[in-house]
Design a protein around this ligand. Sequence first.
Ligand SMILES: Cc1cc2nc3c(=O)[nH]c(=O)nc-3n(C[C@H](O)[C@H](O)[C@H](O)COP(=O)(O)OP(=O)(O)OC[C@H]3O[C@@H](n4cnc5c(N)ncnc54)[C@H](O)[C@@H]3O)c2cc1C
Length: 468
Amino acid sequence: MQYDVVVIGSGPGGYVSAIRCAQLGLKTAVIEKYNTFGGTCLNVGCIPSKALLDSSEHFHNAAHTFTTHGIELKDLVVNMPQMIARKNDVVAQNTAGITYLFKKNKIDTFEGLGSFVDKNTIKIKKTDGTEEQVTAKNVIIATGSKPTSLPFLPVDKKRIITSTEALNITEVPKHMVVIGGGVIGLELGSVYARLGTKVSVVEFMPSIIGTMDAGLGKELQRVLKKSLGMEFFMNHKVTGASVEGDVVTVTADNAKGEQVKFEADYCIVAVGRTAYTEGLGLENIGIKTEDRGNKIPVNEHLETSVAGVYAIGDVIKGAMLAHKAEDEGVYVAEHIVGQKPHINYNLIPGVVYTWPEVASVGYTEEQLKASGTKYKAGSFPFKASGRAKASMDTDGFVKVLADATTDEILGVHIIGPRAADMIAEAVVAMEFRASAEDIARICHAHPTYTEALKEAAMAATENRAIHI
Ligand SMILES: Cc1cc2nc3c(=O)[nH]c(=O)nc-3n(C[C@H](O)[C@H](O)[C@H](O)COP(=O)(O)OP(=O)(O)OC[C@H]3O[C@@H](n4cnc5c(N)ncnc54)[C@H](O)[C@@H]3O)c2cc1C
């Protein structure tokens, strides 16, 4: 088989890239080692975690806020097997959607492990042991990532688990230890805390979601503690874990160097993800991964050191996010046909789907301070928003950071209801290099959460927010 493009991996990077290649008239094939398409994102990442977050949020609201709304429910129970079954159904719908899109775009698909024979030849090793080869003018590596493991903390996938197993627990645990206060740990921790599990987050750093604007992590920690009873053990260095029967014991050193022990039914290791290149045969074409993180180095066109071989998504540098992988997939397809695509890496939004949601784009206050940029900040609390009062979602705020001289928006940081959706307005504004005054003068529908962004922009412009 001779193709214009062969894509290895069918996650959001790979499948989007393949579709864009096909749209541009390139004869395209996708190789996927897993038996469904969609990669981490659709199978064990974004989609199943959001399905469980939505289900658990309904339960939590039914148990805790419905009475205030005037809705009385009796004998509320969690049917965990049904919750997991619904999640599986959501996953199946999404992965079937990719199969449909591949067919629609006349993309050939191969199931098996793809590995380089040479830069234009890929061997596919199928599960039944047979092999097949395809050739291509261009190859796009989109093999994604896997959960990072800690050498002193072996995952047994039963009691010491990763995010993948945490999406399939069919009981409500009594106590769960989450190692890592990053996005994945907090989202999965929230799922179980909402269902009644005691959740202890053990984090090495002094703050959660440490790469985001510091104000967001502080507020999120406060709210998760208050609304879900989650406990946070910051500045704790996990040293090991052991399993006896159904009990896992996690040990950590606190800031004073004293040993602390946690006994739980489950321990989720959520300390990040590592680029996945195993079995790809990179050595056969002379590509060396970076020493730390196993990432494949690429140039500004996402091309590796081998001409015609590109890499996108989690397997290369940058944020490990589905939308970043997708945009890179489109970039490479358009670059191959000679177009001049563009990605603004500073404007890739980051989102945490806890409740309240957290969303961020552009520079953080800490980055602006470190670079000596003169900026002004305006913020607006959701407790002053009519819409937030109506829905009882008054935690959080919007912060707008703008250049002190030009008023250009440099960063927007939101913690609050539907922050994940609200951040889109900030991304559009910043892509068009809007000023804070631009947002402040644009009409926003009332009552909406988005009015909080307008108010924060007003506060940043001339300290003229109306409702505070
Ligand atoms: C629990 C969880 C929640 C997440 N939530 C979000 C979220 O809400 N929003 C967000 O933006 N991101 C989220 N992410 C991150 C997101 O899933 C990844 O950033 C995204 O999937 C990366 O896409 P990718 O195409 O680079 O790789 P992947 O999605 O990892 O896909 C890579 C594919 O390549 C296949 N593969 C690997 N090697 C080979 C080979 N040699 N031959 C054939 N096939 C191969 C794999 O089987 C896999 O299907 C989440 C991740 C997790 C784990």
